[in-house]
Design a protein around this ligand. Structure first.
Ligand code: GLA
Length: 382
């Protein structure tokens, strides 16, 4: 049975289960004003704050550093809450060693080959931080900056506006890019992300968020039994540096076919050459719906044991499914457990990696006078 969030919370209350957090009782609707507390300090003394939001049965914790989702708690079918997002309990670990846990990614989600592209006849060299390639915006991407945060409550929604201005030339990108990201928790407990950006010179933009999901709880073990469904008939195969070759390959008859829900572990060791290169899944799925004016449902992730289910809707044409291949047991997460390979997965809504170098991919160019807009909605049920 699929319970809605209201039923879960009401059920928990009726059963006398303590559903308290943030110093209060979980509410079915009408979230309260976000609260902030000191999380830590950067080496130069800059204060890093943790914002706590709650609405419709979802609890979200966000840092002003990188817009990082430091925690995201949702109930299972019995109303039991766990944190389903990997993270750290201190700022030093985020600064020193995070593999983008929960972070906002910019200016460009995923890789640009050799950190180079040409736009309007001009060549640009970006910051290179992944072998010879530029990954997630370069050495100091949007995930490694303090964002200005403005809390809001609007009708039955609560949320945060996050602002970051990337100056002309930062990480090699042309144009001053003004980015605004809004995290909203709706009265149904959906977590919605709205990205907006403007520029004063032609540039490329591809913003996303890098939550690592484990619907059984962060630090609880593998996600190989999670079931995943992606509405995509094609994906973008990569070379040995995880750069798309430009081909839009069919998923039919390959381990990349998630058109019907299947356990992630089922084909993860199928030894398809693309999996051998990536150490699992680390690819962009070409969503069948293409670019849409409004967000449309594209993926469902479900943990059969707890019943926790995540549905993702987006207006974007691509989805990066990364099966946590580089987690190697050396990071200790929020709950005090190590994170090992396959202990979480990422589902990053996006334009395709390396689009600036592939004329057959949807364009990521943003020009003065235009507004970049992207929306992703995460809906939870159990
Ligand atoms: C993305 C990439 C992966 C990896 C992770 C971060 O998802 O596709 O290859 O770099 O980020 O570790």
């Amino acid at each position: 049975m699929e319970l809605n969030r209201r039923t879960v919370i009401a059920g928990a209350a009726a059963a006398g289960i303590a559903a308290t957090t943030l110093g209060g009782t979980a509410q079915a609707s009408g979230g309260r004003t976000p609260v902030k507390k000191l999380f830590g300090k950067l080496a130069d003394g800059t204060k890093v704050y943790l914002w706590s939001l709650e609405n419709g049965g979802t609890r979200l914790k966000v840092l002003n550093w990188g817009g990082v989702v430091q925690g995201l708690e949702i109930p299972d079918r019995h109303g039991r809450y766990v944190n389903v997002s990997l993270g750290f309990d201190n700022i030093d670990d985020y600064v020193a060693k995070t593999p983008y846990f929960g972070a906002l990614i910019g200016r460009y989600g995923n890789r640009i080959a050799k950190g180079q592209f040409t736009l309007d006849g001009k060549s640009y060299q970006l910051s290179v931080n992944d072998g010879v390639n530029s990954l997630h915006g370069g050495k100091q991407g949007f995930d490694k900056h303090i964002w200005d945060v403005e809390p809001f409550t609007k009708g039955s929604d609560v949320g945060l506006h996050l602002y970051y201005t990337s100056v002309d030339g930062e990480m090699g990108y042309p144009g001053t890019l003004k980015a605004k990201v809004t995290y909203t928790l709706t009265r149904h407990g959906d977590w919605r992300i709205d990205y907006e950006a403007t520029t004063d010179k032609a540039t490329v933009v591809n913003l996303t968020n890098h939550v690592y999901w484990n619907l059984a709880g962060e630090g609880s073990g593998t996600i190989e039994d999670h079931e995943l469904k992606i509405a995509a008939s094609r994906y973008t195969p990569t070379d040995s540096g995880l750069i798309p070759t430009g081909e839009l390959a069919k998923v039919a008859g390959t381990p990349f076919d998630f058109r019907h829900a299947k356990a992630i572990g089922r084909d993860i060791r199928a030894a398809h050459p693309q999996q051998v290169t990536a150490k699992g899944y680390d690819h962009n799925w070409v969503l069948d719906k293409g670019i849409t004016a409004k967000p449309e449902h594209v993926a469902t992730l479900r943990d059969p044991r707890s019943g926790r289910t995540l549905k993702i809707a987006t207006n974007e044409p691509g989805l990066q499914f990364y099966s946590g291949n580089f987690l190697d047991g050396t990071l200790v997460g929020t709950g005090g457990h190590t994170y090992r390979q396959g202990d979480a997965l990422c589902l990053e809504t996006q334009h395709f990696p390396d689009s600036p170098n592939h004329a057959n991919f949807p364009s990521t160019v943003l020009r003065p006078g235009q507004t970049y807009r992207s929306t992703t909605i995460h809906s939870f049920s159990a």
